[in-house]
Structures are given as structure tokens and as C-alpha cells.
Write a protein that binds this ligand. Sequence first.
Ligand SMILES: *[C@@H]1O[C@H](CO)[C@@H](O)[C@H](O)[C@H]1NC(C)=O
Ligand SMILES: *[C@@H]1O[C@H](CO)[C@@H](O)[C@H](O)[C@H]1NC(C)=O
Ligand SMILES: *[C@@H]1O[C@H](CO)[C@@H](O)[C@H](O)[C@H]1NC(C)=O
Ligand SMILES: *[C@@H]1O[C@H](CO)[C@@H](O)[C@H](O)[C@H]1NC(C)=O
Ligand SMILES: *[C@@H]1O[C@H](CO)[C@@H](O)[C@H](O)[C@H]1NC(C)=O
Ligand SMILES: *[C@@H]1O[C@H](CO)[C@@H](O)[C@H](O)[C@H]1NC(C)=O
Ligand SMILES: *[C@@H]1O[C@H](CO)[C@@H](O)[C@H](O)[C@H]1NC(C)=O
Ligand SMILES: *[C@@H]1O[C@H](CO)[C@@H](O)[C@H](O)[C@H]1NC(C)=O
Length: 379
Amino acid sequence: MQKIEIQILLFTFLLVKTAQGCFFDEDCSLNGVCSPVDQTCICDPGWKSDDCGELDLLPATRWTGYNYTNVTLSDQYSTKGNSSWGGSIIHDRHDKQLFHLFVDQFAHGCGLSGWRPFSTVIRAESRTGPAGPYHFVQEIFGTFRHNAATVWSPADEKYLLYTIGVETDTPDTCKSYKWANNISISSAPEVQGPWTPFEYLINGTNPSPWPLWEEENPTSKVLLAVEDNFIFSASDFSSPYNQIKSMPWNTSDYSNHWTEDPFLWRDKRSNWHILCHWMIDITERGEKYPRVGGHMFSRSLTGKWTFKLQEVYNTTVHFSDGGRTDYYRRERPRLFLSDDGDFTPLYLINGVQEFNSSASYTLIQPIGRGSGSLGIAQL
Ligand SMILES: *[C@@H]1O[C@H](CO)[C@@H](O)[C@H](O)[C@H]1NC(C)=O
Ligand SMILES: *[C@@H]1O[C@H](CO)[C@@H](O)[C@H](O)[C@H]1NC(C)=O
Ligand SMILES: *[C@@H]1O[C@H](CO)[C@@H](O)[C@H](O)[C@H]1NC(C)=O
Ligand SMILES: *[C@@H]1O[C@H](CO)[C@@H](O)[C@H](O)[C@H]1NC(C)=O
Ligand SMILES: *[C@@H]1O[C@H](CO)[C@@H](O)[C@H](O)[C@H]1NC(C)=O
Ligand SMILES: *[C@@H]1O[C@H](CO)[C@@H](O)[C@H](O)[C@H]1NC(C)=O
Ligand SMILES: *[C@@H]1O[C@H](CO)[C@@H](O)[C@H](O)[C@H]1NC(C)=O
Ligand SMILES: *[C@@H]1O[C@H](CO)[C@@H](O)[C@H](O)[C@H]1NC(C)=O
């Protein structure tokens, strides 16, 4: 080929790229693949937009999730009901109609502002699908326990419950303390318990575990993502956790890349992802809304991660009754992923707070076509 022809070709290629999108799967946020035919992204179920960088959220249903901000109990110091702040969904292993939600719930009617020391970890159940509504079943750990992240570890045949906290009495008014952040672990053979005493793991906060077990590689190794997207690894859940990754960008508070509440997962192509609470509007405007959902991805854990500064979702939630709520705060993102090996995002869980309300609750929103495909959403 003549040099000029090559240049024309290259020029055309670049034009196509600008107009239509992708060269590499990275251009599709690793949430899909770049079609070699027309350089457009083919998004995996659960993701949408030109670069597959947006969660394909469906309307949520009011009074699902875990919302008991309207409860009044005799032991409450305040009127925020059973305020809560996000959690993990677990599909029962023995009873396929049953779903569990491990939730951070504040005792004595104290809301989010009294999270330290009023946070407890409770378990709630739903027999109406993963979106709930979930009903309170048991308090697993009293004050102060927070950041409950629960996973099933096939290698150990145990549930692992990561939290921060320390056992303490509560004061007799709603107020907040400042304490060290200590990530600890407890485990149990069944969701109902019995849970072991906590073992201290890391000086850190906002844990997000990922057991590396796979059928073809039945390892007991676990990963743990924490604040600032540091990633730790341990040979098993109670062995020492060593940091294997920190992100290359500036993770400082009030920087453009300021995030918290990471949720780490591996997809069906073995790429790595973190969904997080992105705090760009605090940085830019001193407000907690509307851009709150961030996403970062990498082909390899310790390799090059990408964080595009764009919203994966925001504080607007559409409801099945046709209504819409623009939340004041929407944080602590967690995904409930399909267990068929595809790790399709099925539901998004968040801690939310409405404008002009100091109560908070746990919202669960269905995602894309996967959420209906288990045959459980319609139960
Ligand atoms: C949650 O409960 C409060 C009442 O405490 C109510 O105002 C709000 O609409 C509920 N939100 C949803 C999404 O059900
Ligand atoms: C309180 O919320 C629950 C759902 O979480 C709902 O079933 C109940 O009707 C509500 N009660 C009042 C008094 O609004
Ligand atoms: C509120 O939380 C308390 C535990 O602190 C529990 O006993 C009660 O059942 C909860 N109420 C509802 C409606 O979830
Ligand atoms: C945090 O862990 C350290 C080390 O185990 C311990 O000395 C400290 O008391 C713990 N603090 C809290 C608040 O749990
Ligand atoms: C824990 O880490 C924080 C910084 O994230 C630091 O200020 C504190 O001193 C550390 N605590 C211990 C016990 O190492
Ligand atoms: C990181 O971001 C903070 C907050 O914007 C800023 O003060 C600091 O200078 C930045 N550090 C670097 C190395 O860019
Ligand atoms: C959230 O994003 C959607 C578009 O995806 C937009 O329509 C909506 O207004 C945004 N919400 C807020 C509160 O800005
Ligand atoms: C919150 O309350 C203020 C007045 O106290 C009002 O101006 C504002 O519209 C309210 N916001 C929402 C979203 O209801």
C-alpha cells in the first residue's frame, strides 16, 4: 500500500472511532465488547449507553427494599424509625424462594447522623423476590457494628461477614462518636448463625470481599477492597491481609477522583470492576447530589485500572407507579449478581436519604433484563 493510502485509512479509522465509539473492550468500560464490524459497543445485560458505562436501571417499586423509617418504638430517642443504610442480598442456599438482606440499622430511632455508635447489623427476609420488601428477623450484632458485607465462601462452606465496629453501650441521646475504623470478620455455616466472635483484620473502612473460589480453581484465597479502592489479598479469610493494589490517581478527599464505599466484583470474562460512591458534587459544589455512582475497571487486579469521571447512575429513581424521587443522598452501592456464572448485575442496593428528611433507608432497584430472568422477580 502507498503511504498516502495508509494515511487515508488511518484517518478514516480515527473518524469512525470518533463518530461511533470503540477500538477496544476498554472503550466499552469492560461491561461489554467492542464489535469489530462497526466499532460499536455491545453491552452485557445490565449495562447501557455508547460506552456501556451506565447501569440499565429499571423502575423501583415503592415500599420494597428495607424502609421502616415510619416505625415508632418505645425505646426510641428520636423519630427516624428503623433507619438503615444499605446492605447485602443473599439468596438462601436451601430455600430458593427465600432472600436475606444483611442491613446496617440504627438503634433507638437514631438516624445516620448517630451511626457511630448506634449502628447494628440485622438480618431481614423476603419471600417476594430479591427486591423485597424485606422484614426484620434478627439483630445479628448490636452497637457498634457497621458496613455489613456478607458473602458465601464456597471454599470454607461458610458465610463471611465483614464489618467495622467495636462492642459498646450507647449513650441515652442520639449523638455521634469518633472511633478508629477497624475491619473485622465473623463467619457462620448458615445465614441464621451461629456467628463467631469478630477477628480484627485491617485498619480501614468500607470492606468489600470477593472470594476467589471457582469450580476450576477451588482456592480459599479472598480479596478485600476497602476505602480509597485499596485492594488486599489473603490466603484464606482469617489469614493476614496484604495490600496488593492502590489506584494510580489522586484519591484525596475533595479531589475529582474522591470516592468511598467500593463494591468489588469479577465479571464472566474475568475482568475486575468496582462500583463506588463518587463524591464529585461535594468537590465541585459542596452538595451530596446528583452525581453519585462511579465505576472503575481493569483486566487485571494489579494492572492498569480506568476510572472515567462520569456517572454510572445518579440520585434520580423512577418508580413503577410512574413517580420519581430525586434523593438527597444515595450511597453504599452494592450489586446482587446472578449466580449462573455470568455475574449479571440484577439489583442495585443503596443507602438513601430523601430531601428534608433525616431518616434513611435501604433502596433496592432492579437492573436490566437479567432481573426478570431468574423467574424470581415475579414471585
Ligand atoms: C420510605 O418511607 C417513608 C416513610 O417513612 C416514605 O415517605 C417514603 O416514600 C418511602 N420510600 C419508598 C421508596 O418506599
Ligand atoms: C410503614 O411502612 C410499611 C412498609 O415498609 C408499610 O407497610 C406500612 O403501611 C407503613 N405504615 C404507615 C403507618 O405508614
Ligand atoms: C425495628 O427494629 C427493631 C430492632 O431494633 C425490631 O425489633 C423491630 O421489629 C423493627 N421493626 C420493623 C418494623 O422492622
Ligand atoms: C482497633 O484495633 C486495634 C488493634 O486491634 C485495637 O487496639 C483497637 O482497640 C481497636 N479499636 C476499635 C475502635 O475497635
Ligand atoms: C489507621 O489508619 C488511619 C489512617 O487511615 C491512621 O490515622 C491511624 O493512625 C491508623 N491507626 C492505627 C492503629 O494504625
Ligand atoms: C490531590 O487532590 C487534592 C485535593 O484536590 C489536592 O489538594 C492535592 O494537591 C492533589 N495531589 C496531587 C498529587 O495531585
Ligand atoms: C439523572 O440523570 C438523568 C439522565 O440519565 C436525568 O434525566 C436526571 O435529571 C438526572 N437527575 C438529576 C437529579 O440531575
Ligand atoms: C425542602 O424544604 C425547603 C423548605 O424548608 C423547600 O424549599 C424545598 O423545596 C424542600 N425540598 C424538597 C425536595 O422537598
